[in-house]
Design a protein around this ligand. Structure first.
Ligand code: COA
Length: 295
Protein backbone atom coordinates (compact mmCIF):
# COMPACT_ATOMS: atom_id res chain seq x y z
CA UNK A 1 0.00 0.00 0.00
CA UNK A 2 1.85 3.12 -1.21
CA UNK A 3 1.11 6.49 0.39
CA UNK A 4 1.94 9.34 -2.05
CA UNK A 5 5.28 11.12 -1.64
CA UNK A 6 3.54 14.49 -1.27
CA UNK A 7 2.39 13.35 2.20
CA UNK A 8 5.92 12.64 3.46
CA UNK A 9 5.57 15.33 6.15
CA UNK A 10 2.88 13.07 7.64
CA UNK A 11 5.56 10.46 8.31
CA UNK A 12 3.29 8.50 10.67
CA UNK A 13 0.86 7.95 7.78
CA UNK A 14 3.62 6.79 5.44
CA UNK A 15 4.99 4.39 8.06
CA UNK A 16 1.83 2.97 9.61
CA UNK A 17 -0.48 3.56 6.64
CA UNK A 18 1.81 1.47 4.45
CA UNK A 19 2.12 -1.27 7.07
CA UNK A 20 -1.68 -1.30 7.55
CA UNK A 21 -1.45 -0.43 11.27
CA UNK A 22 -3.21 2.91 10.75
CA UNK A 23 -6.25 3.17 8.51
CA UNK A 24 -9.01 5.67 7.91
CA UNK A 25 -12.31 4.70 9.52
CA UNK A 26 -15.97 5.47 8.96
CA UNK A 27 -18.37 5.20 11.86
CA UNK A 28 -21.71 5.20 10.09
CA UNK A 29 -25.15 3.69 10.57
CA UNK A 30 -26.04 1.30 7.74
CA UNK A 31 -28.69 3.53 6.09
CA UNK A 32 -26.23 6.44 5.80
CA UNK A 33 -23.47 4.52 4.01
CA UNK A 34 -22.01 6.67 1.24
CA UNK A 35 -22.80 5.49 -2.29
CA UNK A 36 -19.67 5.27 -4.46
CA UNK A 37 -17.26 6.72 -1.90
CA UNK A 38 -14.32 8.72 -3.21
CA UNK A 39 -15.71 8.87 -6.76
CA UNK A 40 -16.07 12.66 -7.20
CA UNK A 41 -12.61 14.05 -6.43
CA UNK A 42 -9.51 12.59 -8.07
CA UNK A 43 -7.08 11.92 -5.24
CA UNK A 44 -4.73 9.05 -4.44
CA UNK A 45 -4.15 9.86 -0.76
CA UNK A 46 -6.33 7.11 0.73
CA UNK A 47 -5.60 3.90 -1.19
CA UNK A 48 -6.59 1.49 1.61
CA UNK A 49 -10.12 0.35 2.48
CA UNK A 50 -11.38 2.17 5.57
CA UNK A 51 -12.40 0.35 8.72
CA UNK A 52 -16.19 0.43 8.96
CA UNK A 53 -17.87 0.52 12.36
CA UNK A 54 -21.59 0.60 13.06
CA UNK A 55 -22.69 2.94 15.86
CA UNK A 56 -25.96 1.04 16.29
CA UNK A 57 -24.06 -2.14 17.21
CA UNK A 58 -23.58 -2.23 21.00
CA UNK A 59 -20.51 -4.42 20.52
CA UNK A 60 -18.84 -1.31 19.05
CA UNK A 61 -19.66 0.92 22.03
CA UNK A 62 -16.06 1.16 23.20
CA UNK A 63 -15.12 2.76 19.87
CA UNK A 64 -17.63 5.54 20.62
CA UNK A 65 -16.31 5.83 24.19
CA UNK A 66 -12.83 6.43 22.80
CA UNK A 67 -14.19 9.10 20.44
CA UNK A 68 -15.97 10.77 23.37
CA UNK A 69 -12.81 10.64 25.43
CA UNK A 70 -10.63 12.46 22.86
CA UNK A 71 -13.39 14.95 22.04
CA UNK A 72 -14.29 15.65 25.65
CA UNK A 73 -10.72 16.37 26.67
CA UNK A 74 -9.98 18.48 23.57
CA UNK A 75 -13.10 20.65 23.84
CA UNK A 76 -13.69 20.45 27.61
CA UNK A 77 -11.40 23.41 28.44
CA UNK A 78 -13.49 25.64 26.09
CA UNK A 79 -16.67 24.27 27.68
CA UNK A 80 -17.70 22.84 24.30
CA UNK A 81 -17.47 19.10 24.90
CA UNK A 82 -20.19 17.37 22.92
CA UNK A 83 -23.06 15.94 24.99
CA UNK A 84 -23.78 12.29 24.17
CA UNK A 85 -27.25 13.07 22.88
CA UNK A 86 -25.81 15.65 20.45
CA UNK A 87 -23.39 13.05 19.10
CA UNK A 88 -26.20 10.57 18.62
CA UNK A 89 -29.16 12.77 17.57
CA UNK A 90 -27.30 15.38 15.53
CA UNK A 91 -24.28 13.49 14.17
CA UNK A 92 -24.78 9.71 14.05
CA UNK A 93 -28.40 9.74 12.93
CA UNK A 94 -28.17 12.34 10.11
CA UNK A 95 -24.46 12.09 9.20
CA UNK A 96 -21.34 10.10 9.94
CA UNK A 97 -17.94 10.21 11.64
CA UNK A 98 -14.63 9.73 9.82
CA UNK A 99 -11.05 9.76 11.02
CA UNK A 100 -7.97 7.61 11.48
CA UNK A 101 -7.62 4.63 13.79
CA UNK A 102 -4.63 2.54 14.84
CA UNK A 103 -4.44 -1.17 15.65
CA UNK A 104 -4.66 -1.14 19.43
CA UNK A 105 -1.86 -3.68 19.83
CA UNK A 106 0.47 -1.34 17.88
CA UNK A 107 -0.19 1.87 19.85
CA UNK A 108 3.13 3.55 20.75
CA UNK A 109 3.72 4.44 24.44
CA UNK A 110 3.04 8.16 23.87
CA UNK A 111 -0.48 7.34 22.70
CA UNK A 112 -1.08 4.72 25.39
CA UNK A 113 -0.25 7.38 27.92
CA UNK A 114 -2.99 9.78 26.81
CA UNK A 115 -5.71 7.41 25.60
CA UNK A 116 -8.04 5.42 27.82
CA UNK A 117 -6.57 1.95 28.23
CA UNK A 118 -9.56 0.43 30.01
CA UNK A 119 -11.65 0.36 26.82
CA UNK A 120 -10.47 -2.44 24.60
CA UNK A 121 -11.25 -2.29 20.86
CA UNK A 122 -9.32 -3.91 18.03
CA UNK A 123 -8.84 -0.41 16.54
CA UNK A 124 -8.36 2.80 18.54
CA UNK A 125 -9.57 6.09 17.01
CA UNK A 126 -6.94 8.87 16.86
CA UNK A 127 -9.16 11.58 15.41
CA UNK A 128 -12.73 12.39 14.50
CA UNK A 129 -14.41 14.44 11.83
CA UNK A 130 -18.19 14.66 11.93
CA UNK A 131 -19.92 15.63 8.72
CA UNK A 132 -23.66 16.01 8.18
CA UNK A 133 -25.69 16.70 5.03
CA UNK A 134 -27.83 19.87 5.17
CA UNK A 135 -31.21 20.71 3.60
CA UNK A 136 -29.50 22.91 1.02
CA UNK A 137 -28.80 20.83 -2.08
CA UNK A 138 -25.23 19.51 -2.17
CA UNK A 139 -24.22 21.28 1.05
CA UNK A 140 -22.71 19.48 4.01
CA UNK A 141 -21.71 20.85 7.39
CA UNK A 142 -18.47 19.99 9.15
CA UNK A 143 -19.73 19.70 12.69
CA UNK A 144 -16.67 18.64 14.64
CA UNK A 145 -12.97 18.05 14.04
CA UNK A 146 -10.64 16.76 16.67
CA UNK A 147 -7.27 14.99 16.77
CA UNK A 148 -5.36 13.27 19.54
CA UNK A 149 -2.51 15.69 18.71
CA UNK A 150 -4.20 18.27 20.92
CA UNK A 151 -3.51 15.93 23.88
CA UNK A 152 0.09 15.04 22.98
CA UNK A 153 3.35 16.88 23.68
CA UNK A 154 4.67 18.48 20.46
CA UNK A 155 7.43 15.89 19.94
CA UNK A 156 4.90 13.02 19.87
CA UNK A 157 2.35 14.59 17.52
CA UNK A 158 1.21 13.03 14.26
CA UNK A 159 1.74 15.90 11.83
CA UNK A 160 -1.31 16.45 9.61
CA UNK A 161 -3.63 14.11 11.51
CA UNK A 162 -6.42 16.69 11.89
CA UNK A 163 -5.96 17.94 8.33
CA UNK A 164 -5.98 14.45 6.80
CA UNK A 165 -9.01 13.40 8.87
CA UNK A 166 -11.15 16.15 7.38
CA UNK A 167 -9.61 15.58 3.94
CA UNK A 168 -10.52 11.90 4.11
CA UNK A 169 -14.14 12.63 5.14
CA UNK A 170 -14.66 15.22 2.37
CA UNK A 171 -13.12 12.96 -0.25
CA UNK A 172 -14.91 9.80 0.91
CA UNK A 173 -18.38 11.44 0.99
CA UNK A 174 -17.91 13.22 -2.38
CA UNK A 175 -18.51 16.61 -0.76
CA UNK A 176 -18.58 19.62 -3.10
CA UNK A 177 -19.67 22.36 -0.73
CA UNK A 178 -18.89 22.31 2.97
CA UNK A 179 -19.92 24.76 5.67
CA UNK A 180 -18.38 24.86 9.09
CA UNK A 181 -18.16 26.88 12.25
CA UNK A 182 -15.14 27.75 14.34
CA UNK A 183 -14.04 30.50 16.68
CA UNK A 184 -11.84 33.35 15.43
CA UNK A 185 -8.30 32.69 16.65
CA UNK A 186 -8.76 28.89 16.61
CA UNK A 187 -5.85 26.81 15.24
CA UNK A 188 -8.46 24.95 13.20
CA UNK A 189 -8.70 27.91 10.79
CA UNK A 190 -5.20 27.02 9.60
CA UNK A 191 -6.66 23.73 8.41
CA UNK A 192 -10.10 24.81 7.19
CA UNK A 193 -8.71 27.37 4.70
CA UNK A 194 -6.80 24.66 2.82
CA UNK A 195 -9.71 22.63 1.41
CA UNK A 196 -10.77 25.26 -1.16
CA UNK A 197 -11.39 29.02 -1.14
CA UNK A 198 -13.04 29.90 2.16
CA UNK A 199 -15.93 32.37 2.16
CA UNK A 200 -17.01 34.06 5.39
CA UNK A 201 -20.76 33.42 5.79
CA UNK A 202 -21.01 34.95 9.29
CA UNK A 203 -18.23 36.94 10.93
CA UNK A 204 -20.18 37.51 14.13
CA UNK A 205 -22.63 34.87 15.35
CA UNK A 206 -24.52 35.82 18.52
CA UNK A 207 -27.04 33.04 17.97
CA UNK A 208 -24.20 30.58 18.76
CA UNK A 209 -23.04 30.06 22.36
CA UNK A 210 -19.79 31.79 21.28
CA UNK A 211 -20.63 35.00 19.40
CA UNK A 212 -17.03 35.24 18.11
CA UNK A 213 -17.75 32.31 15.80
CA UNK A 214 -17.11 32.37 12.07
CA UNK A 215 -19.40 30.35 9.79
CA UNK A 216 -17.58 29.58 6.56
CA UNK A 217 -18.31 27.91 3.24
CA UNK A 218 -15.72 26.12 1.15
CA UNK A 219 -16.05 24.95 -2.43
CA UNK A 220 -14.00 21.77 -2.06
CA UNK A 221 -10.98 21.76 -4.39
CA UNK A 222 -8.67 18.80 -3.88
CA UNK A 223 -6.12 20.31 -6.27
CA UNK A 224 -5.27 22.84 -3.53
CA UNK A 225 -4.90 20.35 -0.68
CA UNK A 226 -1.22 19.53 -1.12
CA UNK A 227 -0.33 23.16 -0.36
CA UNK A 228 -1.08 22.37 3.27
CA UNK A 229 2.04 20.18 3.22
CA UNK A 230 4.20 22.04 0.69
CA UNK A 231 3.40 25.53 2.10
CA UNK A 232 3.52 26.74 -1.49
CA UNK A 233 1.95 30.22 -1.98
CA UNK A 234 -1.62 30.02 -3.24
CA UNK A 235 -1.04 31.84 -6.54
CA UNK A 236 -4.51 30.96 -7.89
CA UNK A 237 -6.10 32.66 -4.87
CA UNK A 238 -3.89 35.70 -5.33
CA UNK A 239 -4.96 35.94 -8.98
CA UNK A 240 -8.66 35.68 -8.21
CA UNK A 241 -8.97 37.68 -4.98
CA UNK A 242 -7.74 41.11 -3.86
CA UNK A 243 -7.17 42.34 -0.30
CA UNK A 244 -9.69 44.86 1.06
CA UNK A 245 -9.08 47.39 3.82
CA UNK A 246 -11.19 45.19 6.11
CA UNK A 247 -9.67 43.01 8.79
CA UNK A 248 -10.75 40.59 11.46
CA UNK A 249 -8.86 41.03 14.69
CA UNK A 250 -9.53 37.96 16.87
CA UNK A 251 -9.20 40.25 19.90
CA UNK A 252 -11.79 42.74 18.63
CA UNK A 253 -15.45 41.77 18.64
CA UNK A 254 -16.15 45.08 16.88
CA UNK A 255 -14.12 43.98 13.83
CA UNK A 256 -16.39 40.90 13.60
CA UNK A 257 -19.55 42.99 13.92
CA UNK A 258 -18.29 45.42 11.25
CA UNK A 259 -17.58 42.68 8.72
CA UNK A 260 -20.83 40.93 9.50
CA UNK A 261 -22.79 44.15 8.97
CA UNK A 262 -21.26 44.37 5.48
CA UNK A 263 -22.17 40.75 4.75
CA UNK A 264 -25.75 41.46 5.86
CA UNK A 265 -25.88 44.49 3.55
CA UNK A 266 -24.95 42.20 0.63
CA UNK A 267 -21.49 43.73 0.14
CA UNK A 268 -19.78 40.34 0.07
CA UNK A 269 -18.69 37.74 -0.70
CA UNK A 270 -15.63 37.98 1.56
CA UNK A 271 -12.80 35.44 1.78
CA UNK A 272 -9.80 34.46 3.90
CA UNK A 273 -6.38 33.55 2.49
CA UNK A 274 -4.92 30.17 3.46
CA UNK A 275 -1.37 31.37 2.77
CA UNK A 276 -1.79 34.42 5.01
CA UNK A 277 -3.35 32.44 7.87
CA UNK A 278 -0.59 29.83 7.58
CA UNK A 279 2.05 32.53 8.05
CA UNK A 280 0.39 34.35 10.94
CA UNK A 281 0.04 33.73 14.65
CA UNK A 282 -3.40 32.70 15.86
CA UNK A 283 -4.30 36.06 17.43
CA UNK A 284 -2.97 38.24 14.57
CA UNK A 285 -5.40 40.35 12.55
CA UNK A 286 -6.47 38.75 9.26
CA UNK A 287 -6.97 40.51 5.93
CA UNK A 288 -10.36 40.12 4.29
CA UNK A 289 -10.33 39.47 0.54
CA UNK A 290 -12.87 39.96 -2.26
CA UNK A 291 -13.02 38.58 -5.80
CA UNK A 292 -10.98 40.73 -8.22
CA UNK A 293 -13.15 43.01 -10.35
CA UNK A 294 -12.94 42.08 -14.03
CA UNK A 295 -12.63 45.34 -15.98
C1 COA B 1 -7.49 21.89 15.67
C2 COA B 1 -7.03 20.44 15.50
C3 COA B 1 -8.18 19.62 14.90
C4 COA B 1 -5.85 20.44 14.52
O1 COA B 1 -5.46 19.13 14.27
P1 COA B 1 -3.93 18.71 14.42
O2 COA B 1 -3.85 17.27 14.08
O3 COA B 1 -3.43 19.18 15.71
O4 COA B 1 -3.25 19.62 13.28
P2 COA B 1 -2.47 19.08 11.99
O5 COA B 1 -1.30 18.28 12.43
O6 COA B 1 -3.40 18.51 11.01
O7 COA B 1 -1.95 20.44 11.38
C5 COA B 1 -0.81 21.04 11.90
C6 COA B 1 -0.89 22.49 11.59
O8 COA B 1 -2.00 23.02 12.31
C7 COA B 1 -1.68 24.19 12.98
N1 COA B 1 -1.92 24.01 14.41
C8 COA B 1 -2.47 22.92 15.02
N2 COA B 1 -2.59 23.16 16.32
C9 COA B 1 -2.11 24.40 16.54
C10 COA B 1 -2.01 25.21 17.69
N3 COA B 1 -2.41 24.79 18.89
N4 COA B 1 -1.50 26.45 17.54
C11 COA B 1 -1.10 26.91 16.34
N5 COA B 1 -1.18 26.17 15.21
C12 COA B 1 -1.69 24.94 15.33
C13 COA B 1 -0.27 24.50 12.58
O9 COA B 1 -0.42 25.36 11.44
C14 COA B 1 0.33 23.21 12.08
O10 COA B 1 1.14 23.33 10.95
P3 COA B 1 2.52 24.18 10.86
O11 COA B 1 3.17 24.03 12.18
O12 COA B 1 3.24 23.52 9.76
O13 COA B 1 2.09 25.58 10.53
C15 COA B 1 -6.56 19.81 16.84
O14 COA B 1 -5.53 20.60 17.39
C16 COA B 1 -7.66 19.67 17.89
O15 COA B 1 -8.26 18.63 17.98
N6 COA B 1 -7.90 20.73 18.69
C17 COA B 1 -8.91 20.71 19.72
C18 COA B 1 -10.31 20.74 19.14
C19 COA B 1 -10.54 21.89 18.18
O16 COA B 1 -10.24 23.04 18.47
N7 COA B 1 -11.12 21.55 17.01
C20 COA B 1 -11.46 22.48 15.96
C21 COA B 1 -12.85 22.93 16.05
S1 COA B 1 -13.40 23.67 14.54
Amino acid sequence: MKIPEILKKADWYQKWGESGDIRPYVYVRPDNKIQNPGSLHRLDWFPMAPICKNPLDTAELNFAEQIYDIEGRAFGPANMAMPRWVFYDCAIIPGFVAGFAMKTEKLPPALKKVLRSDLYCDWTPLSLFIIIPTMAEGQWVAHNLCAVNSLLPSEDRFYGLGFLSKAFGLWYANVESCLGMTQWGSPALKLHTHYGNLEVVTAYTPVHSHAKTITYRVAVNTAAWEKFFTREQDSEFQKQYAPTSLIIDPKSEQSMKDLHARIQKGEGPFYLSATEIGEKNLMDALTIYQPQRVS
